[in-house]
Design a protein around this ligand. Structure first.
Ligand code: DOR
Ligand code: ZN
Length: 428
């Protein structure tokens, strides 16, 4: 028995193909049909009526924090993957800043086993660049690769030593693996919670300068050029970083980059007060930086959109702007936010948005998913592009409620998510 999804509007980031129905067999896409499907053809198969819905490839998120092992009060692989599925994501890549951190084959195995037994979407673990993310010793890259990591990062902190980063890149390049960097120079960050800018001035706070990110971006681009590694920049937030990446790409250096919805939609001038739901790292920057990030994504300098889904408990976030941990949740708002604010306003096509959340992440990290074509895995999301709904954190499947987008009225809500042809989440 197979599954027919009928009466929808099929679009993927790659083909701009307008079709209506898709047939799934053995977890893969077996047929795509432009017009109506005769009732007799659907007999004996499961039938999903997608009338009024977009049928798109499952979204891919290459930067998420699932918190397990060690911080299960913030999120687990079970709750995080459910939150992802509700947001339309079918493949997510989890950051290694857990406890223990993902720096040994044993921890990689723990995460993969949990994802297999309790997760409902595909989970790709990152491995640490340095032991315990302390920046002192490189991890055993070959052993971590063997255990199943697809790339290396110390996300959460920057690799402070240039020599350490160069050694990491040399080793990763030899294994054909990407180095993915949280760019932050600790000699410039002085325990600040927000960016240098209007909000910091108004509240008499120290600010995180743009250079603390861009200095690492510039340094690492030079090291990537020297080592030939595939270097990927995490959550780009500043004009200077965009400029450096644009120039590096023009020079043919193998660099790719990502940006988060909040850095495309919010600046420090939008922060309403000392509310830690507006605190994340990198912080919300100035309107000039927001503009540069949007332009960077639009001209291909920045390749992909990621959420940096970073759940924290309400108690932790209640500590206030200065003491609370950095991070906001992202899975369950990312697509509706970008669809409503960039596609419905006419700035982007729907295909452009899908491309940056499906085809491009698959391309950048050489993944098998992200497009609807015959023979591909049936990772599919159905999205209602019409119904408008308010962001209500109390409905989130994530344990985290920490979002600055509460109450935003949005369209483009996923209604059903399938991984390998199996429905893993369905609205209601
Ligand atoms: O906002 C953030 N949250 N930025 C990071 O780099 C780490 C993350 C987390 O783990 O909470
Ligand atoms: Zn980070």
């Amino acid at each position: 028995m197979g599954t027919w999804i009928v009466n929808g509007q099929i679009l993927d980031g790659e083909n701009n193909r307008v079709a209506k129905s898709v047939f799934i067999e053995n977890g893969r896409i077996a047929k795509i049909v432009d017009g109506e499907v005769a009732v007799k053809d659907t007999e004996g198969h499961e039938l999903i009526d997608a009338a009024g819905q977009l049928i798109a490839p499952g979204l891919i998120d290459m930067h998420v924090h699932l918190r397990e092992p060690g911080f299960e009060h913030k999120e687990t692989i079970a709750t995080g993957t459910r939150s992802a599925a509700r947001g339309g994501f079918t493949t997510i890549a989890c950051m290694p800043n857990t406890r223990p951190v993902i720096d040994t084959p044993e921890t990689v195995k723990y995460v993969l086993d949990k994802a297999e037994s309790e997760g409902i979407v595909r989970v790709l673990p990152y491995g640490c660049i340095t032991d315990n993310q302390l920046g002192r010793e490189l991890t055993d890259f070959a052993a971590l690769k063997e255990a199943g990591v697809f790339a290396f990062t110390d996300d959460g902190v920057g690799v402070q030593s240039a020599q350490m980063m160069k050694d990491a890149m040399t080793k990763a390049a030899a294994l054909g693996m990407p180095v993915v960097a949280h760019c932050e120079d600790n000699t410039l960050v002085v325990g600040a919670a927000v960016t240098e800018g209007a909000f910091a001035r108004k509240h008499g706070l120290k600010g995180i300068p743009n250079e603390s990110e861009a200095i690492h971006v510039g340094r690492d681009i030079l090291l990537a050029e020297a080592t030939g590694v595939h270097y990927h920049v995490c959550h780009v937030s500043t004009e200077q970083s965009v400029r450096l990446i644009r120039q590096a790409k023009q020079l043919g250096i193998k660099v790719t980059a990502e940006v988060c919805p909040h850095h495309l939609l919010l600046s420090d001038e939008d922060i309403p007060g000392m509310d830690a739901n507006w605190k994340m790292n990198p912080p919300l920057r100035t309107p000039k930086d927001v503009k540069a990030c949007i332009e960077g994504l639009e001209d291909g300098t920045i390749d992909i959109v990621v959420t940096d889904h970073a759940p924290h408990s309400e108690e932790e976030k209640a500590k206030g702007m200065e003491a609370a941990p950095f991070g906001i949740v992202g899975f369950e708002t990312a697509f509706p936010l970008l669809y409503t604010k960039f596609v419905l306003t006419g700035q982007w096509t729907l295909q452009f948005l899908l491309d940056r959340m499906t085809v491009k992440p698959a391309e950048v990290f050489e993944l098998d998913w992200g497009t609807l074509k015959v023979g591909a895995a049936a990772d599919i999301v159905l999205i209602d592009l019409e119904a408008e709904k308010e962001v209500d954190p109390s409905e989130f499947l994530s344990k985290g409620r920490n979002t600055p987008f509460t109450g935003w009225k949005l369209k483009g809500w996923p209604t059903q998510t399938m991984v390998a042809g199996r429905v893993v989440w369905s609205e209601a």
